[in-house]
Design a protein around this ligand. Structure first.
Ligand SMILES: *[C@@H]1O[C@H](CO)[C@@H](O)[C@H](O)[C@H]1NC(C)=O
Length: 505
C-alpha cells in the first residue's frame, strides 16, 4: 500500500507544488456556454471556460471542448450556465430544451505506438566504409519549429539498416503529425501519424530525399528508402474503461460493534447515541460512504456488523446484517446504512472479540464466484483497531488478494493502530504461514488525522475520501491486468430522442 499523499485541491485552484497525478483526463462536450468548476476547500465556483457563441439556433452544437483532469477519489462538481439571447420558452407546460453533457476519456493520453523501420540502399557517407545510419524523429510544433521526439540506435556500416522496434507515446509523436529523417545528412522524408497507422504497406515506403543533391543533380532520384516494418498501437486501459464496459463495483460496509468502543450511552463512546451530533462511526461512515456511493452500480449496500451479542438469544456474531435480514442485507444508499446502523445500536449488545476474518471471508466468498471481471468488491471496515484475530485476518487477506477485491480499513478512536498499519502492508507485503499476498489490497486510514480537536468535525471530508479511495483504481487494475481481463466495449453513446441515428450504406 502506497500511502502517497495526494493533495491537489481541485481543477480550479491548481497548486503545482502539491499537484497530484490525475487518474486520467476526460473530454467534455457541452451544448452550451459557460463551464464552472467548484473549488474543493471553499466551494467557490470558478469559470473554467466558455464555448463560442452560436447565433440563431435552438440546437447549438459547440465546437469548443473542455479538458478536465479526472480524479477517481473526488467528487468533482461542475456547473454549466446556458446563455441564450432568445428566451428558451417560458411558456407554461412547454419544455425549455435539454442539454446533453458528454464526458469522454481522452485516448491520446494513454496510447503508445510500437514501430519498426528499415532502410534500403541509403547513400554512402563514410569515405572508407558505408554509412552508420540512424533515424531521428521530429515533431512539428504549432509555431512551425521542430522538437526531437525519438532517435533510433546507430546501425554501423550498412546501407540497408534494420533498426530495433521502439515504443513511443502517441502524444509525444503526433502533436504535429510529422516526422523527419535527418543526419550528417543522408536525407529526409515526412509522414503523419495517420499514414504510419496504415502499417506495413506500399504507402509506408518512403523515399529519402536530400534536397541539396536534388537541386544539384538532374538525374537524382533519392538517397535510398525507409520502410515501416510494423506499427502497433497499445492502449493503456484505465479504471473508467472497465466501468464504462459494465464492471460493477460492489461495496460492502462492515462496522465494529465490540465493547472496546465504549457503551453507546456514554458520551466518550465512539458509538455514542446522541440526538444532536454524529458519533465517530457515523461521521466516518457518512464521509467515506458519500463518495463511495457515486461508484456503486445500484447504490444498494450490503452492511454488516461484527463483535456483538444479538437478540433474542445473546449469541455473539462476527458477521450479522445491520438491517437484521441475513437473506437480504442491502441498505438503500449511505442514508440507508446509517439508519440500519442506528437500529442495530439500539438492539444489539457491544461485545467481542474483534474478529475481522469473518467479514473478509464473507465478501471473499462472493468475490470468489466472479472471476470474469464483471464485478469488483470493496469491503469498507470501520473499527477502533483493537484486533483479536490477527493471524486469521492475515490468512484471509492473503486469500482475498487473488480475488477481485479490495479492503479499506478506517480506524476510529485514539488507539495505537500498529496492527492496522501492518495489515495495510505498506512496508512489508502481508503474508500468512510463509505465503505472501499476490498484490496489495488493503488501505488503512486513521480517521483521527482528519477531524478537529473536539472530535466533532471532519476537517476535510474531501481529503479523507481522497486518501481512502485513491488507491482503488490501481488495485482494481492490478487484478484485471494479472488476470488478463480486458474491458468490454462500452455501449453505444446516448442518442437524444427525436434525432434518430443515421446509417449510411
Ligand atoms: C455484493 O456483495 C455482497 C457480499 O458482501 C453480497 O451479499 C451481494 O450479493 C453482492 N451483490 C451482488 C450484486 O453480487
Amino acid at each position: 500500500m502506497n500511502n502517497t499523499f495526494l493533495n491537489m485541491a481541485s481543477i480550479g485552484d491548481f497548486d503545482p507544488l502539491n499537484a497530484s497525478i490525475p487518474a486520467t483526463k476526460v473530454e467534455i462536450t457541452v451544448s452550451f456556454c459557460v463551464l464552472y468548476t467548484q473549488g474543493m476547500g471553499n466551494k467557490e465556483w470558478r469559470e473554467f471556460g466558455r464555448t463560442e457563441v452560436i447565433d440563431n439556433t435552438l440546437n447549438p452544437d459547440f465546437v469548443r471542448k473542455f479538458i478536465l483532469d479526472y480524479f477517481f477519489e473526488e467528487r468533482q462538481n461542475i456547473r454549466f450556465d446556458f446563455r441564450l439571447e432568445k428566451a428558451l420558452g417560458g411558456i407554461p407546460g412547454k419544455k425549455c430544451g435539454t442539454i446533453i453533457v458528454k464526458a469522454e476519456e481522452l485516448n491520446n493520453c494513454r496510447e503508445s505506438v510500437m514501430m519498426q523501420f528499415c532502410g534500403n540502399k541509403l547513400d554512402k557517407k563514410d569515405f572508407f566504409g558505408k554509412s552508420d545510419p540512424f533515424l531521428v524523429f521530429y515533431r512539428s510544433n504549432e509555431d512551425g519549429t521542430f522538437t526531437i521526439c525519438h532517435k533510433t540506435e546507430v546501425v554501423k556500416n550498412t546501407l540497408n539498416p534494420v533498426w530495433q522496434a521502439f515504443k513511443i507515446p502517441v502524444r509525444a509523436l503526433c502533436n504535429g503529425d510529422y516526422d523527419r529523417y535527418v543526419h550528417d545528412f543522408i536525407g529526409e522524408f515526412s509522414t503523419s501519424y495517420r499514414e504510419l497507422s496504415r502499417g506495413q504497406s506500399q504507402f509506408n515506403v518512403y523515399e529519402v530525399v536530400n534536397p541539396k543533391k536534388k537541386g544539384k543533380k538532374k538525374k537524382y532520384l533519392n538517397s535510398g528508402t525507409v520502410t515501416l516494418l510494423s506499427f502497433l498501437v497499445d492502449i493503456e486501459v484505465t479504471f473508467l474503461d472497465y466501468i464504462k464496459g459494465g464492471t460493477q463495483i460492489n461495496f460492502t460496509v462492515a462496522i465494529d460493534f465490540t465493547a472496546s468502543n465504549g457503551h453507546p450511552a456514554q458520551p466518550t463512546s465512539l458509538h455514542y447515541m446522541s440526538p444532536y451530533q454524529l458519533n465517530t462511526y457515523a461521521m466516518a461512515l457518512k464521509a467515506v460512504g458519500e463518495i463511495i456511493q457515486d461508484y456503486d452500480s445500484d447504490k444498494m449496500f450490503p452492511a454488516l456488523g461484527f463483535g456483538a451479542k444479538l437478540p433474542p438469544d445473546g449469541r455473539v456474531s462476527h458477521e450479522f446484517a445491520l438491517n437484521g435480514n441475513p437473506q437480504n442485507p442491502y441498505c438503500t444508499g449511505i442514508d440507508g446504512v446509517m439508519e440500519a446502523y442506528y437500529q442495530s445500536l439500539k438492539s444489539v449488545q457491544l461485545y467481542g472479540p474483534t474478529n475481522f476474518s469473518p467479514v473478509i471471508n464473507h465478501v471473499a466468498r462472493y468475490a470468489a464466484s466472479v472471476n470474469d471481471g464483471s464485478q469488483y468488491f470493496v469491503l469498507l471496515i470501520i473499527t477502533d483497531g483493537v484486533i483479536s484475530d490477527m493471524a486469521q485476518t492475515k490468512e484471509s487477506i492473503v486469500n482475498a488478494a487473488c480475488l477481485p477485491m479490495s479492503i479499506i480499513i478506517v480506524g476510529v478512536g485514539p488507539a495505537e493502530f500498529d496492527a492496522m498499519v501492518e495489515l495495510d502492508g505498506d512496508e512489508v507485503r502481508i503474508s500468512s504461514r510463509g505465503r505472501y499476498a499476490e498484490r496489495d489490497i488493503v488501505q488503512f486510514v486513521p480517521f483521527r488525522d482528519y477531524i478537529d480537536r473536539t472530535g466533532n468535525h471532519v476537517l476535510s471530508m474531501a481529503r479523507l475520501a481522497k486518501d481512502v479511495l485513491a488507491e482503488i483504481p490501481d488495485q482494481f487494475l492490478s487484478y484485471m491486468r494479472t488476470r488478463g481481463i480486458k474491458p468490454s466495449p462500452a455501449p453505444p453513446p446516448y442518442t437524444p430522442p427525436g434525432q434518430p441515428l443515421q446509417t449510411q450504406i
